[in-house]
Design a protein around this ligand. Structure first.
Ligand code: ADP
Length: 276
């Protein structure tokens, strides 16, 4: 029943894939079901901001038709602000979903170069500091024990750290967000992002790297600008770099995400066809 919406050609492709990967019928069914589930999940996620965009744009137009002379009334401006906010969320959802499908299709590529760690960290802190300041959180950076240079894809590392830091700020109301980096071993360096925020329950910790998972569905707590895709992308990037990510967290106390990365990014993996 799971396959009945597939065309004959697509079914042949699936059969080939099944033979290549030596999957049992049950395993194949599970895979197909998971991909269908994530598609309907995506459609559901896209509906929320789109409904809001259509609703507020409609409201704006109706108000404008009734009182064309009142251009900048409070409710008109509020409608446009909401349209913009939902539009941005929609764009992020689409971009993030594309990132994940690029990884899953094996076409996400790393571009490793010799990169200075202090420069990399400074460029991230410049972006993140205003967010911390806006919530009156102190942002502490301790990267004195970090290696001077690593061979890595600097944009991807920036994406990993920025995601972890913006989560730390989003889910923390009081206290400190701390970024630490150090040389972990002869082959690895480490980055940790620590916060004094709401923390993550042991049950949620098992699911936070799944696409669209959000631990609390309360927009007041979550911030209405989350997509549930940030950590799914982070974990895929870390995997692509042959690194590791760990989380230690206590509800009401805070969370620490630690990422271990190789000092030299590996140029090629069969699985993801990574090229320099
Ligand atoms: P989102 O866009 O919802 O932040 P993520 O994939 O980045 O999506 O995170 C998934 C979920 O994990 C979040 O919705 C939140 O419930 C939880 N989470 C992530 N980082 C933190 C953190 N530093 N503190 C508390 N909860 C967190």
């Amino acid at each position: 029943r799971c396959f009945n919406s597939y065309t004959y050609g697509r079914l042949q492709e699936l059969k080939q894939l099944q033979n290549q990967l030596r999957l049992t019928n049950q395993e194949l069914t599970r895979l197909v079901r998971a991909s269908k589930d994530s598609l309907s999940h995506l459609a559901h996620e896209l509906k929320t901001p789109l409904t809001s965009i259509i609703g507020y744009a409609d409201l704006f137009l109706r108000q404008h038709r009734q009182q064309p002379e009142v251009q900048d009334s409070y409710s008109n401006i509020e409608s446009i602000e909401r349209v913009l906010k939902s539009g941005r969320l929609l764009l992020r959802l689409i971009n993030d979903t594309l990132e994940i499908s690029r990884y899953d299709a094996g076409t996400m590529k790393l571009q490793p170069t010799l990169s200075g760690v202090p420069e990399l960290i400074n460029s991230i802190v410049e972006i993140i500091e205003p967010l911390a300041r806006a919530k009156e959180l102190s942002l502490v950076v301790d990267c004195d024990r970090a290696p001077e240079q690593v061979i890595t894809d600097p944009l991807r590392v920036q994406q990993i750290i920025t995601n972890l830091l913006s989560n730390a700020i989003r889910y923390t109301e009081y206290g400190t967000v701390r970024l630490e980096c150090w040389k972990e071993s002869q082959q690895q360096w480490a980055i940790s992002v620590m916060d004094t925020g709401i923390g993550i329950s042991p049950d949620a910790q098992k699911q936070i790297f799944n696409p669209y998972f959000r631990a609390v569905n309360d927009p007041q707590v979550q911030g209405s600008d989350g997509t549930g895709l940030g950590l799914a992308i982070v974990s895929r990037l870390v995997e692509l770099m042959h690194g590791e990510i760990k989380v230690v967290s206590q509800q009401g106390k805070g969370s620490t995400f630690t990422v271990i990365l190789p000092l030299e990014a590996i140029a090629h993996t069969d699985k993801n066809n990574v090229e320099i």
